[in-house]
Design a protein around this ligand. Sequence first.
Ligand code: CAA
Length: 240
Amino acid sequence: MARTALVTGGSRGIGAAISKALKAEGYNVAATYAGNDEAAAAFTAETGIKTYKWNVADYDESVAGIAKVEAEVGPVDVVVANAGITRDAPFHKMTPQQWHEVIDTNLTGVFNTVHPVWNGMRERKFGRVIVISSINGQKGQFAQVNYAATKAGDLGIVKSLAQEGARAGITANAICPGYIATEMVMAVPEKVRESIIGQIPAGRLGEPEEIARCVAFLASDDAGFINGSTISANGGQFFV
Ligand code: CAA
C-alpha cells in the first residue's frame, strides 16, 4: 500500500518540489500552507496534491490539521518539516517580534509538526522524519540570528529523535540546502544576492528539485540505516 507523506509549506518553493517528487515516487501526499489560498489552489489544480491550511506555529491547529490529513489521506509515514520564514535584520535592529515569529514558525513549528505523528509512527514501527534546515544553521549568517538559531536547532532535533526512534523503525534526518532559487532567496536585495552567488563554487543558485531528490532518498527504504544525519546540498559553499 502506498505510504502517506505530509509536507509543511508544501505548496510553494522547495516544499512544492518536495511534494511533487514524493507524489512521483508513489506516495499519497498532503501539503500544508499558511496563508496563500490562491497559490495553494493553483498547486492542487496543477498537481492533484491535496492542500491543507494551518499555522505550524500553533500546536492545537497542527494537531487538528494532522488528524484531518490522517482521516482523509492516511496515517503519516513520512513527515517533511519544511515550512519556514525569514525576518532578516542586523542584530542591533532585530526586534523581539522578529525573533519570536521566526522561532515560533521554524523551530516550534517542527515540534508541532512531528509530535502529533510520532506515536503513530512508533506504533506502526516505521517512520521518516525529514527536517529542512539550512546552510545558515551550519555557518550562521549576517542579519539572521533568529533564522540561524532555528536552523541549528533543527540539527539538535533530528540527532535526538534519531536516538529515540531508531528501535521503532523511525529515522530522523536533516537537509541543509544552500541558496536555492526560491522566492525567499529572491527577496534578498539583488546586490547581496549577487555577492552570495559569488561565494558558491558551483557559480549558481540551487534548484528546488535538487533538494526534493534528497528528501525522496531519505524517505525511501534504501535510506533505512541513515539516521541523525545532515545532508548538505549547497554547491560547495560550506563544508562541515
Ligand atoms: N556581510 C557583511 N555585511 C553585510 C552583509 C553581509 N552578508 N549584508 C549586509 N551587510 C552590511 C551592508 O553592507 C551595510 O553596511 P554599511 O552600513 O557599511 O553600508 C549593512 O550591513 C546593512 O546595514 P543596513 O542598516 O542598511 O541594514 P538593513 O537594516 O537595511 O538590513 C539586510 C539589510 C536585511 C541585512 C539586507 O542586506 C539583507 O536582507 N541581507 C541578506 C541577508 C541574507 O543573506 N539572508 C538570507 C536569506 S535566504 C535564506 O534564508 C534561505 C536559506 O536558508 C539559505
